[in-house]
Design a protein. Sequence first.
Length: 94
Amino acid sequence: MPPTPKPFFVAGKAQTTPTVIPVIDKNRGGDAVGICVPGAEAVERAIEAAAAAAEPMRNSPAYRRHDALIFVARRLRERSEELAKALVVEVGKP
């Protein structure tokens, strides 16, 4: 049974679709994971959400933008092993 497809995100909310593309595990063969593919409506919602967030982000104080970047950096460090494994599977380089 293939793994549960990974969602995409629009305005911070996970979204799924029946259209899924596989990520092939080049080392072991077969599907490593499936990725849900957003349709045109989801892409439009994402563009609208990004446009709506532009001015509030531009007007937010520097310390808030700093805190947001620190949060992202921390989460990337916390999940670095997972991210590295995903890249190895996708590119096929052990």
